[in-house]
Design a protein around this ligand. Structure first.
Ligand SMILES: *Cc1c(COP(=O)(O)O)cnc(C)c1O
Length: 404
């Protein structure tokens, strides 16, 4: 069970006002708020043991290195990977995807095929298009139905011996749809293709078991999981990571450098050139501890209650249409009211303290599919309340009266 009073007290930002009204933060799909323990962890690092890692023999460097590597182990345990060195620290989901897409270049040939889905975030479309331009590989897209679900029969038709890579998000940030990733992974493996799952939107709600999924690559961002910005992870199976060449050259990622030849460090350092966001990685470990203490089952159950309640209340507004009505959803609701532009709604309800996202949500192909310019998106986290949903609905009624 989520003790909502106690949880809300953990997040200092929830006490602030926006335009004189209490903050109602409903943009959790863009980034989550941070509990005090995570903020304290950042301050503690810079106050007490700030030093560069993996380099010095001095005490501070060792303290920082230990804390950094402890965080990697927390990440490994959380996602249940076999080895801690299969967790590569990056600057975020986008960075992780670009790493894989760039490193794969030499393994693709003209005519090879890459499959993505029609509900991807731009960060899971553009790097693959660039990879196709470099290699002559062809991008294929799994279509969606009106409910915003992948059409799996079409996926079956796209798979062939030419398929080398499959990239799908676990949860769509624009629609909230939870995709059947185990099925998608198993089908791809029958054709020898590698699968990357974008967990940026699912990881705040669903704790995945990466070994049980048998996924080849998995990516996520700390900032959507109550952690700091500028930290992400790339999980890759050991054999695949060993096969891929480094993404960036620099310090930290080498064994030996001469002007004739450089040998690369072992995993994970081969992919970690330069000084990482040390404080952020340590604080991400603290964020995972915080979430695990609440329990992902509790988080998912409470967020589902919020989703059900909000869906029911929102549909009572005349002219409101929800985009993304999949059976299996996380607490993301994209909608429009009659022909009112989403931007106008967002601007008015912000005056009432309510923070939602408006626009295409970095998923323009989905908006094209529904033939709309964008949506209003309210996304709920375990620190939101039923009362906040009522405030959202009241604010939308006011906005609608003003704009129609
Ligand atoms: C947020 C998000 C991304 C991008 O994450 P960044 O942290 O901006 O790199 C990618 N995919 C999905 C599904 C997302 O929700």
């Amino acid at each position: 069970m989520i003790d909502i009073k106690k949880v809300r007290a953990d997040f200092p930002i929830l006490k602030r006002k926006i335009n004189g009204k209490p903050l109602v933060y409903l943009d959790n799909a863009a980034t989550s708020q941070k509990p005090q323990v995570v903020i304290d962890s950042l301050v503690d690092y810079y106050t007490n043991y700030n030093a560069n890692i993996h380099r010095g023999v001095h005490t501070l460097s060792q303290l920082a290195t230990d804390a950094f590597e402890q965080a990697r182990i927390k990440i490994q345990k959380h996602f249940n990977t076999k080895h801690n060195y299969e967790i590569i620290i990056t600057s975020g989901t986008t960075d992780s995807i670009n790493l894989v897409a760039t490193s794969f270049t030499q393994f693709l040939q003209k005519g090879d095929e890459i499959i993505i889905s029609a509900m991807e975030h731009h960060s899971n479309i553009v790097p693959w298009q660039m990879l196709c331009q470099r290699t002559g590989a062809i991008l294929k897209v799994i279509p969606i139905n009106e409910n915003g679900e992948l059409i799996l029969e079409e996926y079956d038709n796209l798979l062939s011996n030419k398929t080398k890579l499959v990239f799908v998000n676990h949860v769509s940030n624009a629609l909230g749809t939870i995709n059947p990733i185990k099925k998608i992974i198993d089908k791809a493996h029958k054709f020898g293709a590698s699968v990357l799952i974008d967990g940026a939107q699912s990881s705040p709600h669903i704790k995945p078991d990466l070994q049980a999924l048998d996924v080849d690559f998995y990516v996520a961002s700390a900032h959507k999981l109550c952690g700091p910005t500028g930290v992400g992870i790339l999980y890759g199976k050991e054999a695949l990571l060993n096969k891929l060449p480094p993404y960036q050259g620099g310090g930290e990622m080498i064994k030996q450098v001469t002007f004739e030849k450089t040998t690369y460090a072992d995993l994970p350092y081969k992919f970690e050139a330069g000084t990482p966001n040390i404080a952020g990685v340590i604080a991400f470990g603290v964020a995972l501890d915080y979430l695990n203490e609440l329990g992902f089952d509790n988080i998912a159950a409470y967020e589902n209650e919020l989703l059900v309640y909000a869906t029911k209340k929102l549909l009572q507004i005349e002219g409101l249409k929800i985009y993304g009505t999949a059976k299996n959803k996380t607490s993301v609701i994209s909608f429009n009211i009659a022909n009112i532009h989403p931007y106008d709604i967002g601007t008015i309800i912000d005056k009432l303290g309510i923070e939602v996202r408006t626009g295409h949500h970095c998923a323009q192909p989905i908006m094209d599919f529904y033939k709309i310019p964008g949506t209003v998106r309210a996304s709920f986290s375990f620190y939101n309340t039923f009362k906040e949903i009522d405030l959202l609905v009241d604010a939308l009624q006011k906005a609608k009266a003003m704009l129609s």
